[in-house]
Ligand binder design. Structure first.
Ligand code: NAP
Length: 276
């Protein structure tokens, strides 16, 4: 295993395979991305999805609503996309403005087109450990990355820091389904360092730049940094990469780690939707 768990390398390696798989379908598949507002981080995530989609022959339709849009308008658009047989996947870029009922909007997506795996139907499959739904793209990206580097999960102690519905919780369920022993931590966790140091695999998704320093890790660990924070115009993770690099066994870089895997796994879900 290499010390750096490189999502960019995996994405480049798999690009051609994806291009061929989408070409073999015999039709141009379409992913619809709905954006509400104009957040800088969302713009950059969407740009990389559009770029990768174009490279592998998937049409990406980008629909933008203003920040003050009423949720009924978004739901009406989603209903239209649900009924459009040329659209194979629909995602709503998160976070969305707090004034909008996120769950209502997400649950209006037809579960067959829910390639971000965030509808209650998809999440129920994950909860029950059953096939049939879509696994959320970031969670699937983490699983794919661990699988690529042949990092076993069965019986391993995994600590996840962060309990969001987008990353922490679905990742907890997916790892449990892979027979890992999972501890999930959050801002009210006492003795956080004990939990992080004790893990074989440490996954961090808190949105706090370089929060996890040398005091939180121990030797032999695999560290997966989901965090994406903009600091002085540069993207940095939740882990202080330079501080922990010499201590741990392997680590994902930011950028170039989980973010790349999220994009790749999103299109894996689009392909799955097309085949269905
Ligand atoms: P979120 O909804 O803000 O959740 C953050 C979580 O971290 C919460 O559970 C919070 O605890 C916990 N937390 C915050 N400060 C903490 C602390 N000091 N100690 C322990 N736990 C703490 O964030 P998110 O949507 O999960 O995103 C997390 C990060 O991942 C962000 O940087 C985001 O940009 C990034 N992200 C990256 C990708 C990717 O593809 N690379 C995808 C999605 C998100 P409480 O629940 O107690 O408040």
């Amino acid at each position: 295993m290499s010390k750096i768990l490189d999502g960019k390398v995996i994405k480049m390696e798999r690009k051609e395979k994806f291009r061929e798989a989408f070409a073999e379908l015999g039709f141009v598949s379409t992913l619809a991305i709905i954006q509400i507002g104009n957040r800088e981080d969302s713009n950059s995530y969407i740009a990389s999805k559009k770029k990768f989609g174009t490279e592998i022959g998937v049409k990406v339709e980008h629909i933008i609503f203003p920040e003050n849009v009423h949720e009924n308008e978004i739901i009406a658009k989603i209903t239209e996309l649900n009924d459009d047989k040329n659209v194979n996947g629909i995602i709503v870029q998160l976070p969305m403005p707090v004034s909008i009922d996120k769950d209502k909007v997400i649950d209006s997506i037809n579960p067959k087109k829910d390639v971000d795996g965030l509808t209650s139907t998809s999440l129920k499959y994950l909860y029950e450990g059953k096939e049939g739904g879509f696994v959320p793209a970031t969670t699937l990206g983490i699983l794919n990355l661990l699988d690529y580097y042949k990092i076993p999960l069965e019986g391993k102690k995994v600590t996840i820091v962060g309990r969001s519905s987008l990353v922490g919780k679905p990742t907890m369920l997916a790892l449990l389904n892979e027979d890992a022993t999972v501890t999930i931590c959050h801002s009210k966790t006492l003795n956080l360092k004990e939990h992080t140091q004790n893990a074989d695999i440490l996954i961090v998704a808190i949105g706090r730049a370089k929060f996890i320093n040398h005091e939180f890790v121990s030797s032999g660990q695999i560290v997966i940094d989901v965090g994406t924070n903009m600091v002085d115009g540069k993207i940095v993770g939740d882990v202080d990469f330079d501080e922990v690099f010499d201590i741990v066994e392997a680590i994902t870089p930011v950028p170039g780690g989980v973010g790349q895997m999220t994009v790749l796994s999103l299109f894996e879900n689009v392909l799955k939707s097309c085949k269905k």
